[in-house]
Every structure is written in C-alpha cells, then in structure tokens.
Ligand binder design. Structure first.
Ligand SMILES: *[C@@H]1O[C@H](CO)[C@@H](O)[C@H](O)[C@H]1NC(C)=O
Ligand SMILES: *[C@@H]1O[C@H](CO)[C@@H](O)[C@H](O)[C@H]1NC(C)=O
Length: 588
C-alpha cells in the first residue's frame, strides 16, 4: 500500500449550488475560442448598456466581481438558512461520546489519560491524577443531556479530585483543560458550587507561575508546592501561545469571584506582548520571560503560536466588544498574517498559511525563510477568521447570517474569504485513504525536489513529508483525534448558515467512526492516515471528548444552543459566557 497522497479528484467538495459564482469557471481546450467570441459580444453589450443605464450595470458588475473572487456566500445568500437540529446526526455524535466515555469510565475512571486498546489509564505524573479527562469532559455531558454520566463524574470531582500533587504540570494545558473544564461545568450546571471551589483552588496554584520579572508565566507549575517551574528544555523561554492562552480562563475566574488578581495577572501578559511585538504585529513562538521580549524563532499559526491568535479575537468578544485594545491588536495581527503568511498552492490554488523561519547570515544578520508547512492545528483559523470578520471587523453590532459585504470593513471581507478558503484547504487535506487529515502537511513549491524524488507519483498540491511507500510513517502522518477542522466547520456554519459545513462535518465524523473507533470501547489515534488497514496508537486524547465530539454535536444541534453572541469557547472548547467587564483593561 502506497503511503503517498492519492488524488481523489474533486468529488468531495462540490461548489455550493445556486451561488452567483458557480457558473463562472475557466474555459478549457477547444471551447476557449468560442468563449472569446462570446466574451467580446458580451463586452460590447455591456458597453452599450453602461451608456444607457450606468448605475444598474455598475451594481451588477460590483456584485459579480465581488463574489466571484472567492467564497460567494458573503454577498447573497442563495440558500435558505436552516438552523434547526439535524437530530439523527446529532444523536449519532452523542452515541459516539458515550462509546468513548463509558469505556474510559469502565477501565480508567479518574486517571488523567486513557489507552483504549490496552484498556488502561495512566496519570501525567507519578504524583497522581488531576482529573485531566474527567474535568475536560463534564461540560460536554451537560450539553448532551447525559444526566447519569454527569452525576457520576460530578461525584468524582466532589470526592476524589485533588490538586495537591507534588509534581510539575504544564501551565497552559492544565489551565485550558482542567481549569477551563471546571469553569464551564460551573456555568452549565447552574452554578454548582463544587466546580467553582475546585477551579479557585487550581487557579490559585497556577497563579504562582506569573511571578517572573516580566510577568510572563512559567511553562510549568508544581501544583502541590504551588510554585512556577521553568522548562528545562528551553532555558529562559516560554512559548507565546502558552502565555497568551490563559486570559479567558483567568478573567472569567475574576468575574465569578470578584478577586481582581486573576484578571490582572493574565492581562499583564497581553500588555507585555503588545509592547514587544515586531511591526506590524508579528509574534514569534518564543519569548524571554526575564525581559518580556520575543526571541528569534518561527512565526507560525501552528504549534506554540496558534491559540495566541485565537485568544486575541476571543478576548475582545468575551469582554462584550468593549475593549478596543484587543480589537486593534487583532486587526493589526490579521493584517500581518495576510501580508506575510497566507499563500496559495501551485495547482488547485488552495489557500494555506506558511511559516517564517529565522536564519542567521554569515555576518549575523537575520533573515526569514518562508516554509510551506501547515499543522493540522492551523485549521482552527478558518472559522476564527470568519467569526472575526462578522464581529471585530464589522461595521455594525449585529451582522445578519449570512453577512452582506456592505456591513463589513474591507478587512472583514478579506478575512471572511480567506477563512472560507482555509476551511476548504483543510477539507482537501482529508483526501486521504482514510478520509482523516494528517498532523502536518507541506505544500508544494517549485524548489522542493518532490518531483524528482517521487517520479510520476508526486502530489500536485500537498504531501506528507517523509512518507515513503513501504517505510514506517513519519509522525506527520498521524491523526490523533484532533478537533481543529470541525471547530472551524462549527463556527463557519453558525456565521454563514451554509449547509455544506454540516455535510463536511458528517464526512469527518464518519471517517472517525470507521477508522478510529475501537469495538470494545473508546477511540484511538491512527498512525498513518494514508494506510489501509489502519494501525492504531493506544491513546485517546482528552480533546476527543472535550472538543472534537462537542463541536460535532454543536454543528448538528439547533443553533440556539450556546449562541456565539453570548458565548466564547476557550481553546479546549469550554464555553464561557460573554460579560460586561467589571474591570477596565489598564493598557492601550
Ligand atoms: C492516578 O492517580 C490516582 C490518584 O492518585 C490514583 O488513584 C490512580 O490509581 C492513578 N492511576 C494510575 C494508572 O496510576
Ligand atoms: C453586551 O453589550 C450589549 C450592547 O451594549 C448589551 O445589550 C448586552 O446586554 C451586553 N451583554 C452582556 C452579557 O452584558
């Protein structure tokens, strides 16, 4: 079985029917001349009409050109928006969640992680578990109405959960999964006090990581000793996404407790980042925590960068769009991404984001090399850009669904289109033997040498680096149950009402069911998305239950469930309500 990309034609992504742009495709072969003649005739007709009815024609041209560049849904609906639940598909996702949870509960209840093939659990450290899986899953049960499962999980939190563990835990992961999970459980359980009590206990332990000269939090925290710990692998450094993805959680903790300290510590990080960014808003993936500055490192939307960008938008939304500093930071940053990182693939003109890698010249001068690598993690960006377009980059407070271009700023129109294109690209990375997308793809560029390496079989747009027929697959070829594409599909569906996003989500769900589901219970990662039969890796990541299945559930649920006007989702898909801020942000 070849591990190479098999092109499967265009069958998966049909253009949306009825839109104004779908009839406008490039002519080919012998029809080209006929097209030219028709085009000339059409041109003359337009000239005459322009002379007779100037305004009418200009309107038509404006609509046509505006909508034919990229995604057409922005200008005219062309489809009826139906936001009612797709009950059958929604319930299939609930069944999948139960298949995952009940296996975990049977084999590993309370352990941090689950291994569905060996039917075992494990903890992150020897010091004992911190509810990594349980805390991450509770709000999904509440949403799905799984009352029995919820009661047992709540009981575990009330009687067994402890953060008094003398070991080092990742600050960011613990915040987004455990603290975020507890806060969302608190909200969705009608404020069951046990969840807030545990959240405050955990938040207080994590607060100690912010005690650095710059205020940037350390990478790890010893929860038992209540002490921040630097990452020995990256001395003096913290990663940008990790320090800038605690703000939603800590601000919400202040709103719930009236204690300002959480808010202030988290906000200080944003002030440091704003002061340190390189013009025009670019951020590398590592910062020096002594001095609060960026160090030369990759600039990317993938690992160690990703959720920094996500939280720029969501901080503005969480504070009910009252803090202009976050809007400005977001818009500057999206401008920078558009100018420096957004690229187009060679053949099918797929939109993707590349990475900038720093290089030192012989005299020590710094230059940046564009690398056409896109992590699966980047697939959050499509939906995020579309959400940003209709909120942060809109001219009015309430933009209809689907939006009309007149109500968006030029950046909003640009980002909406880029977002829709990026989602298409992420769907194109699902064109594999399993229909699952790999962890990392590289896009073709003329100088990549792939053609000579893989004569005749070379993929035209993207490939999995290091994949060779008959050899052990590279780590890039894995699918580890990641949520980012379905997250974007959920957001895109809610802001556009376009049914194709539900169709695509259903395709992904079916691939997960077919290739990741373990018959005896649970779901496992796949070692190579391009290999049949699949080989599994004995691990079920906690984000399957907290994110992937939650976003699929919400995609098929009635859109009045957790409306985007009232909620922000943290980067682990835990929903927090929007609030009018009790404190004003102290920097600008
Ligand atoms: C994980 O930690 C909990 C709490 O200390 C303990 O009860 C459980 O046995 C541990 N699980 C494993 C697999 O070691
Ligand atoms: C957000 O602001 C709007 C407009 O000012 C207001 O109507 C709404 O109640 C606010 N939302 C919350 C949750 O405070």
């Amino acid at each position: 079985m070849s591990t190479l990309r098999q092109r499967k034609g265009e069958t998966t992504h049909k253009p949306r029917a009825g839109g104004p742009s779908t009839g406008h495709t490039e002519p080919e072969g012998s029809s080209r001349n006929a097209f030219r003649i028709a085009y000339l005739a059409f041109g003359s007709l337009v000239a005459v009409l322009l002379y007779l009815y100037p305004n009418l024609i200009l309107q038509v041209v404006e609509q046509w050109t505006g909508s034919s560049q990229a995604d057409s849904s922005i200008l005219t609906a062309g489809y009826g928006v139906d936001f009612s639940a797709d009950v059958e598909k929604r319930d299939a996702v609930v069944e999948a969640f139960k298949h995952a949870w009940l296996a975990y509960e049977r084999d590993a209840m309370g352990d941090d992680e689950y291994h569905p093939i060996s039917h075992k659990g494990s903890n992150l450290t020897q010091a004992g578990g911190i509810g990594y899986t349980v805390a991450d899953s509770i709000d999904t049960m509440l949403m799905m109405g799984l009352d029995e499962e919820y009661k047992r999980a709540r009981e575990w939190v009330a009687t067994k959960l402890s953060f008094d563990r003398d070991a080092n835990f990742n600050t960011f992961e613990t915040t987004i999964r455990v603290l975020g999970g507890l806060l969302a459980a608190y909200h969705l359980s009608n404020e069951d006090p046990i969840f807030l009590e545990k959240a405050v206990d955990l938040g207080d332990r994590i607060l100690t990581t912010f005690d650095t000269p710059s205020g940037l939090p350390l990478t790890m925290v010893n929860l038992g000793r209540q002490m921040g710990v630097a990452d020995p692998d990256y001395p003096g450094l913290v990663s940008t996404a990790e320090v800038a993805t605690l703000q939603l959680e800590f601000r919400y903790l202040t709103v719930l407790t009236d204690e300002d300290i959480y808010w202030k510590k988290a906000e200080k990080v944003m002030a440091v980042i704003k002061a340190a960014r390189m013009p025009p808003g670019l951020a590398t993936i590592f910062m020096n925590y002594q001095e609060g500055r960026f160090v030369p490192a990759a600039i990317r939307l993938g690992s160690r960068g990703d959720s920094y960008y996500e939280y720029l938008l969501k901080q503005y939304l969480q504070t009910n769009r009252t803090e202009d500093v976050y809007r400005e930071m977001y818009i500057d940053t999206m401008d920078a991404i558009q100018s420096h990182l957004v690229q187009t693939s060679m053949n099918k003109r797929l939109t993707y984001t590349a990475e900038l890698i720093p290089e030192r010249g012989r005299n020590g001068e710094l230059s940046w090399r564009l690398t056409p690598k896109q992590d699966h993690l980047v697939c959050f960006l499509g939906g995020s850009l579309m959400l940003g377009a209709v909120t942060t980059e809109a001219l009015v407070g309430d933009v209809p669904v689907p939006p009309s271009a007149q109500l968006l700023t030029p950046q909003g129109v640009r980002d909406w289109k880029t977002g829709a294109e990026l989602i298409k690209t992420c769907m194109a990375t699902h064109e594999t033997a399993t229909g699952l997308a790999p962890e990392i793809v590289h896009f073709r560029i003329p100088s990549d040498g792939v053609d000579s390496m893989l004569q005749g079989e070379a993929p035209q747009d993207w490939y999995i680096k290091g994949a060779r027929p008959g050899q052990f697959p590279p780590l890039d070829a894995r699918y580890i149950l990641r949520p980012e594409t379905v997250e974007s599909l959920f957001l895109a569906f809610r802001v556009s009402g376009d049914k194709k996003y539900r169709d695509w989500g259903w395709e992904i769900f079916q691939a997960i069911e077919k290739y990741c589901r373990i018959e005896t219970g649970g779901y496992a990662s796949v070692v190579n998305v391009d290999e049949l039969p699949v080989r599994h890796e004995d691990k079920m990541e906690t984000f399957l239950m907290s994110e992937t299945l939650k976003y699929l559930y919400l995609l098929f649920a009635d859109a009045s469930v957790l409306p985007l006007s009232d909620y922000v989702f943290n980067t682990e898909a835990h929903p927090f309500p929007v609030f009018n801020p009790p404190l004003r942000t102290g920097f600008s």
